[in-house]
Write a protein that binds this ligand. Structure first.
Ligand code: ADP
Length: 366
């Protein structure tokens, strides 16, 4: 009988609670004990009441919930070794030797670092006389598995992250609302959506709502884009379109890495095309609301797979990140997925946009 803990960390996303529910219930169904670590790594570092044993009924109704019902946080202490020593101690004290982290690339980096320091952390705790040799004896390995919770769909090696489709649905709904007023007044709307290094929400919402033009960080427009954008929009108007929708990812940039702001796009539309233009920044509504069916499915299937991965883990094998590729739930090497994801941001910084797109799309063999 194993004690398996689950936590959510980093930015919240719809479906995280569903993933927690799936982990808790499948751990129990497979004959193990389930624990929740509240408030992300903060709960792991502080321990005490923030680590709770969960029963089947404790997660009732969690499947459809938005955000995360066990809290999430950014935790500076976990970035330092003393914080991770405290975290290791709290796991041992609670008898936990399997940890499932649902978060973004930062959270999964932290999880892998933690595992790589095992069992060194325990030996140090014995030296400090915080734990005894007998106490650490049964905990020589720590198994971890990563679940990706993020609205941005910004993780390499997986087709979708938990929360991305809920956020996309919310954006489409908001654009539909704006469409009605835009068409009534023949207005142009510049709509800003989330995505700092990742244009997935902008591209997919643009495709799903028939936007006229889209700006994303991975593929900045070339010089003279203002004229190109205006020509396209003018053509659409000439064909009888009564509204204009331009979608800007929050991390949109030009080829010199200068941010392309919604206000600037608006100015271009007003100055060049004399369009009555408004800016709408969708902000945190994109994170809210219940999880759509896809995210409930993803959270549930991946949560079950994460528990399986922990239970069947072999010593010496790399930690898995639970992914979905070509509609199948898969396991990918967590370190590689994180490395490629960080590579996208690096490539953008280095103006190597082809490489950014490649790292986003790349296939990765296990
Ligand atoms: P996300 O998981 O959404 O990418 P962050 O990058 O803020 O969000 O990471 C969430 C938390 O994960 C951080 O507050 C920190 O506690 C932990 N973390 C992130 N990067 C590291 C790291 N390199 N080493 C240790 N812990 C980390």
């Amino acid at each position: 009988k194993r004690k398996i803990a689950v936590m959510t960390s980093g930015g919240d996303s719809p479906g995280m609670s569903g993933a927690v529910r799936a982990v808790v219930r499948s751990a129990i169904a497979m004959g193990h004990e389930a624990y929740c670590i509240y408030e992300g790594y903060e709960g792991l570092v502080q321990g005490g009441d923030l680590i709770k044993k969960m029963d089947w009924e404790d997660v009732r109704g969690w499947l459809s919930e938005g955000g995360t019902l066990i809290g999430t946080a950014r935790c500076a202490a976990f970035r330092e070794r003393p914080g991770r020593l405290a975290a290791a101690r709290n796991l041992i004290v609670n008898g936990i030797n399997g940890l499932i982290v649902c978060g973004g690339d930062g959270s999964l980096t932290g999880a892998d670092l933690f595992r790589s320091e095992w069992p060194g952390l325990l030996e140090e705790l014995v030296e400090r006389e915080e734990l005894t040799k007998e106490q650490i004896e049964p905990f020589q390995t720590l198994n971890i598995a990563g679940l990706v919770g993020s609205i941005d769909n910004d993780m390499s090696c997986t087709d979708a992250t938990i929360g991305a489709y809920s956020s996309l649905a919310r954006i489409c709904q908001a654009v539909d609302y704006i469409d009605a007023t835009a068409a009534s007044h023949q207005r142009a709307f510049v709509i800003e959506v989330m995505g700092r290094h990742c244009g997935w929400l902008a591209v997919m919402s643009g495709v799903s709502t028939g936007a006229d033009y889209i700006f994303i960080p991975e593929k900045p427009p070339g010089e003279g884009w203002e004229k190109q954008m205006c020509d396209i929009i003018a053509r659409h108007r000439k064909l009888g379109k009564r509204k204009t929708i331009v979608i800007v990812a929050e991390g949109a940039i030009d080829r010199d890495l200068k941010p392309i702001t919604s206000e600037y796009v608006k100015k271009v539309l007003v100055d060049e095309l004399k369009l009555d233009t408004r800016v709408t920044c969708l902000g945190h509504v994109q994170r809210g609301g219940t999880a759509v069916a896809y995210d409930r499915m993803l959270a549930t299937l991946q949560g079950v797979e994460a528990v399986r991965a922990i239970v069947n883990a072999k010593t010496g094998r790399p930690s898995p990140m639970i992914a979905i590729t070509e509609n199948k739930i898969t396991r990918k090497p967590l370190v590689e997925a994180v490395r490629m994801t960080k590579g996208v941001a690096e490539a953008i910084k280095n103006k190597d946009f082809d490489q950014a797109m490649k790292l986003r799309d790349a296939e990765f063999d296990e």
